[in-house]
Write a protein that binds this ligand. Structure first.
Ligand code: AMP
Length: 283
């Protein structure tokens, strides 16, 4: 398996792949890989000749310095996990800061038609400028035919689709289902920071999302939101940051239900300092 750490080397390899008319699937990650990431890579392998997985902990998308510092990093382990999927058709790209930012580690400013101001955008100021900057740069280097993003970060997925539309990039953005533990907890690199009691409590998040989905058939978004707030008030180890039922296109909070629109419920919860997000399709 090739592990390339410079832009120069990845550019040479991509040129070779393109010269052979092979398709390139791309899975951008921040490493600390788990089965959720692997599900994206598996899909990319099924749909492309070659798959490039980038591993880069992007400093500009962290709005808290300590979050960036404590982000788990284990390249050896990531490589071994990817090897379990394929030894021949995966290329790992671990860009340097210089590959992405040059001398100036600063995010660009984006207008994603307001998608960036909802939910995560409200609670993590500047986050999506950081995400937009790194993904745009990676797309310019890798020039993939298709890029795979998890619905786990549904707002991010919609923003990347908007980025591609606004900059007319020739890449197909493919959303991938959320991969969960058997108990329903969505896999996340942050789960490894959970203490054992918190780990036991965390599946409640998905349990509540599923009940919210059930209720959505008959009840208003307001009523469901009030119920969710009450349920979390009973939780000792989980603190609700937000619960929102939103239109999947605008990501704006839903006030009046329309049968023509698609909705999702989005949630962010703290287990002490560990921040967990999740979402579910409602209709
Ligand atoms: P990250 O390394 O956290 O930036 O994630 C890299 C990609 O993996 C993003 O597109 C995420 O949405 C996706 N991802 C992370 N966790 C999951 C999961 N549990 N299920 C599906 N996709 C995921």
């Amino acid at each position: 398996m090739e592990v390339l750490s410079t832009k120069e080397n990845i550019l040479i390899l991509i040129k070779e792949i393109k010269a052979q008319n092979k398709s390139v699937g791309f899975v951008p990650t921040m490493g600390a890989l788990h089965n959720g990431h692997l599900s994206l890579v598996r899909k990319a392998l099924n749909e492309n000749d070659e798959v490039i997985v980038s591993i880069f902990v992007n400093p500009t998308q962290f709005n808290k310095k300590e979050d960036l510092e404590k982000y788990p990093r284990d390249l050896e382990c990531d490589i071994n996990l990817l090897k379990t999927l394929s030894n021949n058709n995966i290329i790992i790209y671990t860009p340097s800061i210089n590959d992405i930012y040059g001398a100036n580690i600063k995010a660009l400013k984006f207008d994603f038609d307001g998608l960036e101001n909802e939910m995560e955008g409200k609670f993590r100021p500047g986050h999506f400028d950081g995400v937009g900057t790194v993904v745009k740069r990676l797309f310019e280097i890798v020039k993939p035919d298709s890029a795979y993003f998890g619905e786990k970060d549904f707002q991010q997925l919609q923003i990347i689709k908007k980025l591609v539309e606004k900059f007319q990039l020739s890449v197909k953005v493919i959303g991938c289902e959320i991969y969960r533990e058997e108990n329903g907890l969505a896999l996340s690199s942050r789960n490894q920071h959970l203490k054992s009691e918190q780990k036991k409590a965390a599946p409640t998040i998905f349990k509540i999302l599923k009940e919210a989905k059930e209720k959505f058939r008959k009840q208003s978004a307001k009523k469901i939101t009030d119920w969710v707030i009450k349920e979390f008030a009973k939780q000792k180890l989980l603190k609700l940051e937000y619960f929102i039922i939103a239109d999947v296109k605008t990501l704006k909070e839903n006030k009046i239900k329309s049968s023509k629109k698609s909705y999702r419920a989005f949630i962010a919860v703290y287990a002490d300092t560990v921040r967990l997000i999740d979402n579910i399709a409602l209709n």
